[in-house]
Design a protein around this ligand. Structure first.
Ligand SMILES: [Zn+2]
Ligand SMILES: [Zn+2]
Length: 262
């Protein structure tokens, strides 16, 4: 099972280059957000990150025992090699794999906001009031696992290979850490960058208590999906954004977050 074990290794404690890239971006954006914070939070650093990191650990373990095994099955079977099997250019396969996976992430995220059952789980992510790099890991485990099921179907249907999947997943992980960070990058840079990729201010707006702001900016990596599907909304005054959910006033611990959808 060489390919699945690679995925497994990528999310395990063994330090290979994939984990190294993700750990480096956690540290880099973590340092930057502490040196140049956008919002000033009174709570201590460990209070801000503890719950999210525990959730992240649960999600990584849960995915390793489910999704990695299914991926292994998809890449081992030979009865259907996927639509990309008929494309010769490796570069075209990389571009198409990236766009497919990113377009899917947009669709899934939008679905989580429009279907009430989805929102019950996705709310966990939006209860964050101290948004920081660790918020990239604040997802209910059921959402974290279910989000991969349609993705597995796409991987099977198109025949997305391990290398192209890993390329997307690693860049996405770095992008999620970047756009959840509390790093105050210059407003103009944030604004111009948001025409291409999701930036901290762009995503802060999605975490706003305002319904209009929270029901836009669903993109995860490229913002083109919001432009195409009419949900692009760059915040006019990012400093005025109130993060979190208006109905969730108190700080939620790990148990409360796990119980929140039920
Ligand atoms: Zn959301
Ligand atoms: Zn978010």
């Amino acid at each position: 099972m060489p390919e699945a074990s690679l995925i497994y290794r990528g999310t395990n404690i063994n330090m290979d280059w994939q984990s190294l890239i993700v750990v480096t971006s956690v540290l880099s954006f973590g340092i930057l957000e502490n040196l140049f914070p956008f919002f000033t939070f009174k709570q201590s650093f460990d209070k801000r990150v503890y719950t999210n990191l525990v959730l992240g650990l649960i999600n990584v373990l849960a995915n390793n025992f489910t999704i990695a095994l299914l991926l292994n099955y998809i890449w081992q079977q030979t009865s259907w090699l996927g639509i990309f099997h008929f494309i010769d250019s490796p570069l075209l396969k990389i571009v198409l794999s990236f766009l497919l996976l990113d377009g899917y992430m947009y669709a899934w995220h939008r679905l989580m906001h429009t279907v009430s059952l989805g929102w019950r789980f996705h709310r966990v992510h939006h209860t964050e009031v101290l948004m920081n790099t660790s918020t990239a890991y604040r997802f209910h485990p059921i959402e974290a696992i279910l989000a991969n099921v349609p993705k597995l179907f796409l991987i099977w249907l198109f025949g997305i290979n391990l290398q192209n999947l890993l390329l997307y997943e690693i860049l996405l992980a770095c992008e999620l850490i970047f756009h959840h960070s509390n790093w105050a990058i210059p407003l103009r840079i944030d604004k111009y960058l948001s025409y291409l990729i999701v930036t901290p201010n762009y995503h802060r707006s999605h975490h706003s208590q305002s319904i209009k702001e929270a029901t836009s900016n669903y993109a995860s990596f490229f913002t083109i999906w919001d432009m195409i599907f009419n949900s692009y909304n760059y915040p006019r005054s990012p400093k005025a954004i109130k993060l979190g959910l208006p109905q969730e006033k108190k700080e939620l611990n790990i148990i409360n977050l796990l119980k929140l959808p039920f």
